[in-house]
Ligand binder design. Structure first.
Ligand code: HEC
Length: 126
């Protein structure tokens, strides 16, 4: 019985710690992942390219950067970019905003999404 309990405890602990790792994004690696966004996005406040500036995007309401012409779908999405919905959007933009105009195949690896979100957060604090 003792052994079973110890085993269960160990299993629970491994589960918790691996989840903790998965939820931590690494902003340094995120900067590398962001290279896949720079064709269309900058992190400079207000500076748009094909896409809007991503400065301060975490926590921002979707479609609200002044001076950028969003798709109607984005304007009407009602999304607030918390980390969870950002991650879904970056995994598959068309799934979250089907008629949106971000042409991006998506970041399939969860760690890359966490990293780039951590990077976006870190640069927005500057
Ligand atoms: C080919 C160009 C392109 C690439 C590459 C691209 N995006 Fe976009 N992105 C856009 C466009 C265009 C929009 C506006 C979408 C709309 O209005 O429907 C957008 C919108 C967004 C938004 C919503 C912004 C807001 O103000 O509501 C986020 C967040 C975002 N992109 C993140 C990223 C990230 C992170 C990457 C890289 C992993 C990336 N994008 C790659 C073009 C791109």
């Amino acid at each position: 019985m003792q052994f079973v309990r110890a085993g269960l405890l160990l299993a629970a602990m491994t589960l918790v710690s691996s989840q903790a790792i998965a939820e931590e994004g690494d902003p340094v690696n995120g900067e590398k992942v962001f290279k896949r966004c720079v064709a269309c996005h900058t992190i400079e406040p207000g500076k748009k390219k094909i896409g809007p500036s991503l400065h301060g995007v975490v926590g921002r309401e979707a479609g609200t950067l002044e001076g950028f012409k969003y798709s109607d779908a984005m304007l009407e999405s009602g999304i607030v970019w918390d980390e969870e919905i950002l991650s879904s959007y970056l995994e598959n933009p068309k799934k979250v905003v089907p008629k949106g105009k971000m042409v991006f195949p998506g970041l399939k690896k969860e760690q890359e999404r966490l990293d780039v979100i951590a990077y976006l957060k870190s640069v927005s604090e500057e």
